[in-house]
Every structure is written in structure tokens, then in C-alpha cells.
Design a protein around this ligand. Structure first.
Ligand SMILES: CC(C)(COP(=O)(O)OP(=O)(O)OC[C@H]1O[C@@H](n2cnc3c(N)ncnc32)[C@H](O)[C@@H]1OP(=O)(O)O)[C@@H](O)C(=O)NCCC(=O)NCCS
Length: 301
């Protein structure tokens, strides 16, 4: 094998190759160089993010990122390692992991977590290093062109572009707290939310929707989409507590799928905690097909 070196990430110069690495390791990913760079820059200082890339023949073949979960208490760190499929089983992942773990240990967090799509090699890599499964999500795919259910005309559904982003943020923050997770989100700062969602290059302002009840947004479904890739990702769906169980999540998701079908998107991915019965029920009704598990492993520090 050509010699492999590990160096610091250079976000601007590496953006295209880093996005390619993500697409190669998780083929349902929705990203590109501009989107990746925008989101990377949105990560706040308090995350104390550490990034290294493995390079062979001038090409990024792997990467590690580690830092504190910045919407949480600062008690939990996350660690992620990616290696291109054709460069696996040569020690690249182990070398990157060791560097990331060293950084994680320096952060003073109580626990480290790592999310990845479940696979035999991935699970044995993690368990051999002392990690255990803490929770899991169902990964599901939908071809939006196959959805036949008609939207309920009684629900006032409007594209995100026509809504006040403060309202979308309010529902996102409020309902994210009700989503099953290892660590509850404490607060999502509005400006940071705009950076991560509203201003992201692949955030679909016309393909994301809110349901309005008595003049206020009650339910949202946020879609990231790349017409170039022909793929979308359902980033988040939430209905405020007092409006649940009346079909609002179904209505906003139906609107996103109809937009996607009309805009060249042939696949939408969504990931939902395996215990999130209402969200899984909505997705089943829309025709999402489960196709794997995205697991979150944890290591006590
Ligand atoms: C998931 C969530 C968005 C659903 O919103 P909603 O507006 O109440 O959803 P709807 O009324 O459109 O549909 C709810 C469906 O769940 C079903 N459901 C509700 N509770 C259920 C339960 N405990 N077990 C099984 N099914 C359940 C309902 O019967 C309905 O299905 P149906 O249309 O086939 O009858 C809402 O509960 C929420 O905001 N949760 C917190 C945030 C979250 O977890 N978001 C998902 C992130 S991936």
C-alpha cells in the first residue's frame, strides 16, 4: 500500500474530499463540499472539535472527528471515524481512533458516544475497544414518487420559506427535547439553529413545511435535499405537545414528500429511535422501508 500519513484537517481545501468520504462510507448521505464546509464552520468553539485526516496518494482515505456534544451539558463527547471501503483492514481506522480517543479523554467528559450504521466489522471494532450499544435508530428509505396518500385539505400546511424561522426554531427546540436520546438537549440557540439549518446550502426552504394552527406553527418537517444527488434527508419532524395525535406530522411529511417527488428526489432517508412509536407509525404509513440500524455506542470514560 502507498504510505499513509495522518495530518490536520484543512477545512477549505479538504471540503470536497471530506464530503466524498462521507458519501463513500454512508451512501444515503446528503451532502456536498459547500454544505459540509458550512456545517463544519457552524460548529461552535465550545465543542473543542478535533479533526485529523488520513491521506494516501494525496487522497483523503479516512478521518476522525471528536468533540463535546455542544447542545448538551458538556458531559458527553462524541467520536467518529470514517475509512473508505477500499482502505479498510490496514490499520487506518485504529490509528485515527487512537488519536480521537486521546482527545476525548482530554475533554473531561463522563461518557463518549459514537454513531454508525450497524455492520459486523463496525460492531466488532467498537466492542473490542470496550464500547457497548446504548441505543439504536431505524434507518428507513422512501421513494417519494411512490407515495399516493392525498394530504388532508383541512390542515393549513405552508412551505418553510413562507414562515417565520423563529417559529420553526421554537417547534424544533421544544420537540427535540421530547425525542428519545442519550442526553437531553438543553437549549438550541436561535443563531446557531440558523447556521445549522436555515442557512445550510442543502436545507430545502421550499421542500420543508410547517402546519399552522390558530396563526402559529404547530408542526414542522425539515428536509435537506440535493437535486444533484437525487436524494433527500428528513432532518427532523416535530409536533408541539398540545397538537399531537391529529395527523399534523403526517400532513407536513406528506408535503415534503410531494415536493421531493416533483423536484427530482428519488430517495429520502430518515432515522428514528427504535422506541419512537408515533414517528415510526407515520413513516410506515408513508411507505418508508426499514433498511438497517444506525447504532449509538457508548464508552464510560
Ligand atoms: C413524532 C411526532 C412528530 C408525531 O407527531 P403527531 O403530529 O402527533 O403525528 P400524527 O398525528 O401525524 O401521527 C401519529 C401516529 O402515531 C401513532 N401513535 C401515537 N402514539 C403511538 C404509540 N404509542 N404507539 C404506536 N403508534 C402511536 C398514531 O396512531 C398515528 O398513526 P396513524 O396516523 O397511523 O393513526 C411527535 O410525537 C413529536 O413531536 N415527538 C417528539 C419529537 C420527535 O421524536 N420527532 C421525531 C424525530 S425523528
Amino acid at each position: 500500500m502507498a504510505s499513509m500519513t495522518i495530518r490536520e484537517l484543512e477545512p477549505v481545501a479538504d471540503a470536497g474530499q471530506f464530503a466524498d468520504l462521507l458519501l463513500a462510507t454512508h451512501p444515503w448521505t446528503v451532502t456536498n463540499a459547500a454544505d459540509w464546509l458550512h456545517r463544519r464552520r457552524a460548529i461552535p468553539e465550545r465543542a473543542r472539535l478535533f479533526s485529523r485526516v488520513a491521506v494516501a496518494d494525496d487522497r483523503i482515505v479516512g478521518a476522525v472527528e471528536a468533540g463535546l456534544n455542544f447542545f448538551g451539558s458538556g458531559d458527553v463527547a462524541s467520536l467518529r471515524v470514517w475509512v473508505r471501503p477500499e482502505h479498510r483492514n490496514r490499520g487506518v481506522g485504529s490509528a485515527l481512533y487512537e488519536l480521537g480517543l486521546e482527545h476525548v479523554r482530554s475533554l473531561g467528559a463522563r461518557q463518549a458516544t459514537a454513531m454508525f450504521q450497524e455492520s459486523g466489522p463496525g460492531v466488532s471494532f467498537a466492542t473490542r475497544r470496550g464500547w457497548t450499544e446504548a441505543r439504536a435508530e431505524t434507518l428507513s428509505l422512501l421513494d417519494p414518487r411512490a407515495v399516493i396518500e392525498e394530504p388532508d385539505p383541512a390542515v393549513d400546511v405552508r412551505p418553510a420559506r413562507e414562515l417565520d424561522p423563529h417559529e420553526l426554531h421554537r417547534i424544533d427546540e421544544e420537540t427535540t427535547r421530547d425525542m428519545p436520546a442519550l442526553e437531553q438537549v438543553s437549549e438550541i440557540d436561535y443563531d446557531e439553529w440558523c447556521d445549522f439549518v436555515w442557512d445550510s446550502p442543502l436545507f430545502a426552504r421550499d421542500g420543508s413545511f410547517g402546519a399552522v394552527v390558530d396563526g402559529r406553527v404547530a408542526s414542522i418537517s425539515l428536509l435537506f435535499a440535493s437535486k444533484e444527488l437525487g436524494r433527500g434527508m428528513n432532518m427532523f419532524t416535530g409536533t408541539s405537545r398540545e397538537h399531537r395525535g391529529r395527523g399534523l406530522a403526517l400532513a407536513v411529511k406528506l408535503a415534503t414528500t410531494a415536493w421531493a417527488a416533483e423536484n427530482g428526489i428519488a430517495q429520502i432517508v430518515t432515522m428514528n429511535d427504535e422506541t419512537n412509536a408515533p414517528m415510526l407509525a407515520v413513516n410506515r404509513r408513508l411507505g418508508y422501508v426499514p433498511c438497517g440500524r444506525r447504532v449509538e455506542y457508548a464508552l464510560d470514560l
